[in-house]
Ligand binder design. Structure first.
Ligand code: MV4
Length: 453
């Protein structure tokens, strides 16, 4: 087992990793930028090292500083959390070269899945359904036109180096494609240093359903069910839940088996997420794979009873998976992301938490690095807390979320708590008929209600 783990991250996920390490009896090293001196992850870690100035490029993304921090503290492994260097294959390679353990998948698999066009091809090779579209990146607008007329409009252009919604373009006609293709490639080149673009048939109103997967170092791969993440705004998830209201046990096992097939095909290890689009007729298609622990992992923990962060550490140290694939979910869990943002404009709202009272009681979990008088720095993402509720069914999870939102008191900054209250009261949300267009419809209903008032 690892002797000491360095956590190359900050905020709630750094604290979450410290919790897991403490339960395993493994000491931790926290690293912090000068903007995070008063942060709980620095306080709670057994050792802490300042790694640089506020800008992430000079601290949480500074590989040299991180390796030095591991050397001087005697850490023998690194947990990257999510964001920052979590999906940086080069970082994983540097750590291996320095004799440090990496709590994540092999670098080659990170690199493969980071290329969204290659990931799509690999899924198809593994027998996982993909939408009709291009095998290799498109080399000309003529090739794009040929493919688009084969699959039929609308189509979507995606940057191979993008992901998570960055560098996408929906195209509804040949005339539009003529204009969009070069712009898309240029933008991809500018944003990612790689102008490769591929094309797929565009689905108008799918659900985003992702499967939690895990692999160990002995070739075993399992899935731990799905999360429904259709409630997003500008590709930022707002609410996630498990199980999805749309899945039957039969569909769950077919999608889960597809996710496992892909992971087995690539020799996946550690925690991962296979994202699918689910169409209204029950067809599902591979979208992307994320090679890290995700923000929304707690909803899976609540319905499976598995500590995913602990499991990451155990399998990275060479232990066998001790969890069966495809367990039936126990009850229902929902997560609301509480961001330091204006609930209407979504403008960031950093600053001091003058009051911070977290809810508790049956079925309530709060993952947060916040405390009264903590000052949220402006340099990083705006997540202040994840509020997760669990119930025997969806209705009970919703009722618990609704009251937990009422009992969550944050003063001094604006948060998305009022927005979550409105979504939880929304009849379409309550019906469970979700899609990636949910927020558009919700905003329209909200504006209509305001005009009526
Ligand atoms: C799509 C799609 C429809 N058809 N691909 C958005 C994030 C990135 N991972 C891919 N995304 C999409 N890809 C095809 N062929 C719709 C989306 C999409 C979306 C997906 C999940 C959650 C929210 C979304 C919002 C807009 C578009």
């Amino acid at each position: 087992m690892f002797r000491k783990i360095l956590i190359a991250n900050r905020g709630e996920i750094a604290l979450r990793i410290i919790q897991a390490c403490r339960e395993l009896g493994i000491p931790t090293v926290g690293v912090y930028s000068t903007a995070d001196r008063d942060s709980l992850h620095a306080t709670y870690a057994d050792d802490d090292v300042c790694i640089g100035p506020p800008a992430a490029a000079q601290s949480y993304l500074n590989i040299t500083s991180l390796v030095s921090a591991a050397e001087i503290t005697g850490a023998d492994a690194v947990h990257p959390g999510y964001g920052f260097l979590a999906e940086n294959a080069y970082f994983a390679e540097v750590l291996a070269d320095c004799g440090l353990g990496w709590i994540g998948p092999p670098p080659e698999v990170i690199r493969l899945m980071g290329d969204k066009a290659k990931a799509r091809q690999t899924a198809a090779e593994a027998g996982v359904p993909v939408l009709p579209g291009s095998g290799d990146p498109l080399s000309s607008v003529e090739e794009a036109q040929g493919l688009a007329s084969e699959v039929g409009f609308p189509v979507i252009l995606k940057a191979a180096a993008g992901g998570g919604g960055r560098g996408m373009r929906i195209v509804r006609s040949a005339a539009e494609l003529e204009k969009s293709f070069d712009t898309a490639a240029h933008e991809a080149e500018k944003a990612f240093g790689d102008g490769s673009v591929y094309l797929e048939k565009y689905l108008e109103e799918p659900r985003h359903i992702e499967f939690q997967v895990f692999g160990d170092r002995h070739g075993n791969v399992i899935h731990l069910g799905e999360r429904e993440c259709s409630i997003q705004r500008r590709h930022q998830k707002l609410i996630e839940e498990s199980p999805s209201p749309a899945l039957t046990p039969e569909l769950r096992s077919r999608m889960g088996e597809a996710a496992v097939r892909l992971c087995t095909h690539v020799g996946y290890q550690n925690a991962g997420t296979v994202e699918f689009l689910l169409d209204r007729d029950g067809s599902f298609y591979f979208m992307e794979m994320n090679t890290r622990i995700q923000v929304e992992h707690p909803v899976t923990e609540m319905v499976t009873g598995v500590d995913l962060v602990k499991l990451q550490i155990l399998v990275a140290a060479g232990e066998r998976l001790n969890v069966r694939s495809g367990l039936a979910p126990r009850g229902h869990a929902i997560e609301c992301r509480i961001n330091a943002e204006d609930p209407v404009t979504f403008a960031p709202s950093p600053g001091r938490l003058t009051t911070f009272h977290v809810p508790g009681g049956p079925g309530v979990r709060v993952d947060t690095h916040g405390y009264e008088d903590y000052v949220i720095p402006p340099h990083y993402d705006s997540l202040v807390a994840k509020l997760i509720t669990h119930g025997s069914d969806r209705a009970e999870a919703i009722a618990r979320m609704r009251r937990a939102l009422d009992f969550f008191v944050v003063e001094g900054i604006k948060t998305t708590i009022p927005l979550h209250r409105e979504i939880l009261d929304d009849p379409v949300f309550r019906s469970g008929r979700l899609s990636t267009r949910f927020m558009e419809g919700f905003q329209a209903r909200r504006e209509r209600a305001e005009e009526g008032a």
